[in-house]
Design a protein around this ligand. Structure first.
Ligand code: SF4
Length: 430
C-alpha cells in the first residue's frame, strides 16, 4: 500500500514513528510537511486545535478519499469529523492499530471514530502494548527543522503523575508511566544522527519520569542522558520540561553534565490560590526551592507562566510579577490560559460566562492605549517584566516590544477562535 503521512508545517514525532511502523510492515511510506499526497491512504498528523480551522487543511482533506486524522485533537473526534471531511479519526495511540487501519479501514479497529449511516461510530482506544517501536521514518529535511532549538523532540515515556487542569498529557496518555527501553531510544538517536539530525530534545511532560516505577528512577534517567549525550554531544541534547517536585540534586547534575544545561519549569503562577485552582500539586515555595537548587548546581532555568486563568485577580497577577522578579529566570514563556480539548480547564472556560473571563474584559490599566483585553495585557506585561528580570537583561528595543505585543495579541485572538470552535462541540467534549 502507498501511504503518505502529512504533518503540516512541522514533522511531529508521532508522524515519524508511525512512518517507521508502516515501513516495517512492508508499506511504501512517504512523509512530508507539505499539504500534498498521491498515496492510496493519507495519514494527517495534527498537533493543534487551530489546524482544524485552516482552510488549506480543510480543502486538502475534502479533496481526498482516504484521509485518517491523528493527534491530540482525537480526544474530541466529533469536532474533528465535524470540521474535516476525513474518513476516520484516531482517538488514542496509533502504533498498534495504524497498519490495520490503512490495510482494511476503520471498522473493527480499536481507538478510531468514523461516520457510518449518518452517525459517528467510536471504538474504545487501547494503550500501545510496548512503546519500543521500529526505527522512525526520517525525512531528508528533518535536519533543517527547528522547534525551540531542536530538530526534533523524541519521546522516552508516556503519561504523567500530575493532573494539571490545563494539560492534555494525563488525559491522552494516562497517569501511569510507561517507558521505552534505553536500547530502543539509543538505536533511534543513532539512526537520527546517521541521517544528519544534530539537535534532539526529549519531550514527554516531565523528563525525570523516564523509567518511573513507584518512584523516580534516577539511575535510569541518568543512564539515558549519558547514553544519548555520548552519541550527540551535550551541546545537542536537551531535556527541557520538568516538574519542580520531580527534580533533585542527582537529576539536575545529570541535566548539567549531559545536556545543554537548561531546565524549563512549568511555574505557571506566583499565587498559591491559582496554583491550587490549576491542580498543579505544588506551591510557590516549591517553585522557588527548585529554582534555587538548579541555579546552585549551575543549571540555567527557564520558566513558563499561564495568565488570565479563570479567577485570577489583579492581586494574583501582581504576585506572579513579584515571583518573576525574585526568581530572576534566564528565560520566560507566557501563555494565556487556553481551553485545550479534553482538559478540565476547557470545560471550565466554556461553562463560565465570557464577561467573567479576563480575555473578554477590556484592559483599563497602563496599556489601555494598546486596546488589549486584560488577559492579553497581563501576558504582554509579564513578558516585558520577565525580560527585565533576567540575570542579564536584553535592551528593550522597539522590535522586542512589538514582538511581545504581537505575541500577546495573537494568543488572545487564537484562543477566542478555539473557544468559538469548542463551543460548537461543547456537548461532546470529554
Ligand atoms: S503540565 Fe506537566 S506536570 Fe502537569 S500534567 Fe502536564 S505534563 Fe504533567
Amino acid at each position: 500500500m502507498n501511504v503518505d503521512i502529512v504533518s503540516p508545517g512541522t514533522y511531529t514525532y508521532g508522524s515519524l514513528v508511525l512512518g517507521g511502523v508502516l515501513k516495517e510492515k512492508g508499506h511504501a511510506v512517504k512523509i512530508t510537511r507539505k499539504l500534498e499526497s498521491q498515496g492510496d491512504v493519507t495519514l494527517l498528523s495534527l498537533f493543534s486545535t487551530l489546524q482544524l480551522l485552516d482552510p488549506k487543511i480543510r480543502d486538502f482533506v475534502a479533496a481526498r478519499e482516504n484521509v485518517y486524522v491523528g493527534g491530540p485533537v482525537g480526544l474530541c473526534p466529533e469536532m474533528v469529523l465535524g470540521e474535516l471531511d476525513a474518513r476516520a479519526v484516531v482517538t488514542g495511540e496509533g502504533e498498534d492499530i495504524v497498519a490495520r487501519l490503512v490495510e482494511s479501514g476503520p471498522v473493527g479497529v480499536p481507538g478510531v471514530a468514523f461516520r457510518q449511516n449518518g452517525r459517528i461510530e467510536k471504538s474504545h482506544p487501547q494503550p500501545t502494548k510496548s512503546l519500543d517501536h521500529a526505527l522512525p521514518l526520517i525525512p531528508d529535511d528533518l535536519c533543517q527543522q527547528n522547534v525551540r532549538g531542536a530538530n526534533v523532540y523524541i519521546e522516552t515515556h508516556r503519561g504523567c503523575l500530575g493532573s494539571c487542569s490545563f494539560c492534555q498529557v494525563p488525559r491522552f496518555f494516562g497517569r501511569t508511566i510507561r517507558s521505552r527501553s534505553i536500547e530502543n531510544i539509543v538505536a533511534e538517536v543513532e539512526e537520527m544522527k546517521r541521517c544528519g539530525i544534530s539537535r534532539v530534545a526529549i519531550s514527554g511532560g516531565t523528563g525525570s519520569l523516564f523509567g518511573y516505577r513507584n518512584k523516580v528512577n534516577k539511575e535510569a534517567f541518568v543512564q539515558m542522558l549519558r547514553s544519548l549525550s555520548a552519541i550527540l554531544g551535550k551541546r545537542n541534547l536537551s531535556v527541557p520540561d520538568m516538574r519542580v517536585d520531580l527534580v533533585d540534586e542527582t537529576i539536575l547534575k545529570a541535566v548539567r553534565d549531559y545536556t545543554i544545561g537548561w531546565v524549563f519549569f512549568g511555574l505557571e503562577s506566583g499565587s498559591d490560590v491559582i496554583l491550587k485552582a490549576m491542580r498543579k500539586g505544588v506551591t510557590v515555595e516549591d517553585n522557588h526551592r527548585a529554582i534555587r537548587l538548579a541555579k546552585s548546581l549551575g543549571v540555567r532555568v527557564g520558566g513558563s507562566f499561564i495568565v488570565g486563568y479563570p479567577g485570577e485577580s489583579r492581586e494574583d497577577f501582581e504576585e506572579t510579577m513579584g515571583f518573576a522578579e525574585e526568581a530572576m529566570l534566564d528565560d520566560v514563556f507566557v501563555s494565556i490560559a487556553e481551553p485545550i480539548p479534553g482538559t478540565p480547564l476547557a470545560s471550565q472556560i466554556l461553562n463560565q460566562p465570557q464577561e467573567e473571563l479576563s480575555l473578554f474584559q477590556e484592559h483599563k490599566g497602563e496599556y489601555q492605549a494598546l486596546k488589549l483585553s486584560e488577559a492579553e495585557a497581563r501576558c504582554f506585561e509579564l513578558m516585558l517584566h520577565g525580560e527585565s528580570c533576567k540575570p542579564i537583561p536584553r535592551a528593550l528595543t522597539n522590535d522586542l516590544y512589538n514582538t511581545y505585543l504581537t505575541e500577546a495579541r495573537g494568543q488572545g485572538q487564537d484562543i477566542k477562535k478555539v473557544m468559538t470552535l469548542l463551543g460548537k462541540y461543547r456537548e461532546y467534549l470529554p
